[in-house]
Ligand binder design. Structure first.
Ligand SMILES: [Zn+2]
Length: 127
């Protein structure tokens, strides 16, 4: 990976981090108080939905921070953790948090989908 490409990935990561942090903080302050019963049930569903989104954002933010940490500490960013081949730059532009190359990622996903402990997998396959 060239320095120019790395700088570009770094920029993407920093922007993603900024956006995620803003989103997570904004959701916290945007709690609404409703008194109507119907509104309350909608609000509850809405809140649960927001919670799940926030959890997903927080999990992604962790990955972003990890990727930034790997870049800033001169770690093996852009190297597949499985086969130690370079991850395609194009892939990193789309998914800068990737730590596996495409073939290893696909192999891992195949392995995961064979595990019996993922009952929600049906949804993913049906989508
Ligand atoms: Zn690999």
């Amino acid at each position: 990976m060239t320095k120019k490409d790395l700088a570009k990935v770094l920029k993407i990561l920093e922007k993603t981090k900024f956006d995620l942090e803003a989103k997570i903080n904004e959701d916290h302050s945007a709690e609404t108080r409703l008194t109507d019963e119907v509104d309350q049930s909608i609000e509850l569903a809405n809140k649960q939905f927001k919670e799940s989104l926030r959890a997903r954002d927080a999990a992604y933010l962790k990955k972003v921070n990890l990727a930034l940490h790997r870049i800033n500490t001169g770690g093996n960013f852009g190297t597949c953790q499985e086969c130690e081949e370079e991850i395609a730059v194009k892939r990193l532009f789309i998914r800068p948090t990737a730590f596996l190359c495409t073939p290893c990622q696909e192999a891992q996903e195949r392995k995961k989908s064979q595990l019996p402990v993922a009952p929600r997998g049906e949804k993913v396959l049906g989508a």
